[in-house]
Design a protein around this ligand. Structure first.
Ligand SMILES: [Zn+2]
Length: 261
């Protein structure tokens, strides 16, 4: 039941966003075949290693921790606890993402995500399996300590996957919507700045679902330095670098030196 809901939402969101980025593309994609091969291969490897057990494991931990975690001591209506849980988990993911950029050892894993030379809905699943595993451990610990309700765990998982696919989509929102929406949620234009090759731009806009954390913790950047047309996507600190093969992508965290060209 749990898996079928998640799978149905994933497929619906994927098809809708693919249709959107085909009808209203933000940029012309030139390298999509190789990128999709790399991104879907990483999705498959991640699924076999971690992603398939993740929902079941997190639900089990939430069930186990429901009497001992922080929220279990609050006598609030369920919907209040769900909203609070989603806010707390989203804030946690913001800080996790920020630390993955700040701490060199963690950056070795996260930089695989940033080597995508173009962005589209498939970029949302481009993560090294070790980063997915580490992220699972962080979420599991938080769910246990905070006493996140089981239903909130399921909702947040669906929400985070949907938000990740949405904010990587190569599509354009109407300008009026963009101006209003990016004050609250992470839009594709807002997140694209985070994928810049310029370090100062990549070290901004860390949010995944809500953009309010970037506002609150002073990491928000509304516009790219030279405007969106000048924004060069790829590994920060490099001009054209990108791994040539799936093996190179998987091996990237263990490489001592990245040739910065
Ligand atoms: Zn990042």
């Amino acid at each position: 039941m749990d898996f079928s809901i998640r799978f149905a939402v994933f497929c619906t969101v994927l098809i809708s966003l693919l249709a959107w980025q085909t009808l209203r593309p933000r940029r012309r994609l030139s390298n999509w075949r190789q990128r999709w091969y790399h991104n879907l291969a990483l999705l498959l490897i991640g699924a076999l290693c971690v992603r398939l057990v993740q929902p079941l494991l997190l639900s089990a931990i939430a069930f186990w921790g429901q009497d001992i975690g922080l929220l279990s001591h609050l006598d609030w209506p369920v919907w209040c606890l769900i909203v609070l849980s989603i806010l707390m988990l989203d804030c946690l993911i913001y800080w996790q993402h920020r630390l993955f950029h700040r701490i060199p050892l963690l950056w070795r894993l996260h930089r695989v995500h940033h080597t995508d030379p173009e962005l589209d809905v498939s970029s949302a699943v481009r993560f090294h399996p070790f980063e997915i595993l580490l992220s699972l451990l962080v979420k599991a610990t938080a769910i246990l300590l905070l006493g996140i309700p089981v239903v909130a765990v399921l909702l947040f998982d669906i929400l985070l996957n949907t938000a990740a696919m949405f904010n990587h989509t190569n599509a354009r929102l109407p300008a009026k919507w963009e101006a209003v929406l990016q004050r609250v949620i992470v839009t594709p234009d807002f997140h694209r700045i985070h994928h810049s090759r310029v370090n100062s731009e990549a070290n901004s806009n860390f949010g995944f679902f809500l953009s309010i954390w970037d506002t609150l913790f002073a990491s928000k950047r509304w516009q790219a330095i030279g405007g969106d047309d000048a924004l060069n996507i790829g590994l920060p600190g490099t001009k054209t670098y990108q791994p040539k093969s799936l093996r190179a992508l998987l091996w990237m965290p263990f490489k001592l030196v990245i040739h910065k060209s």
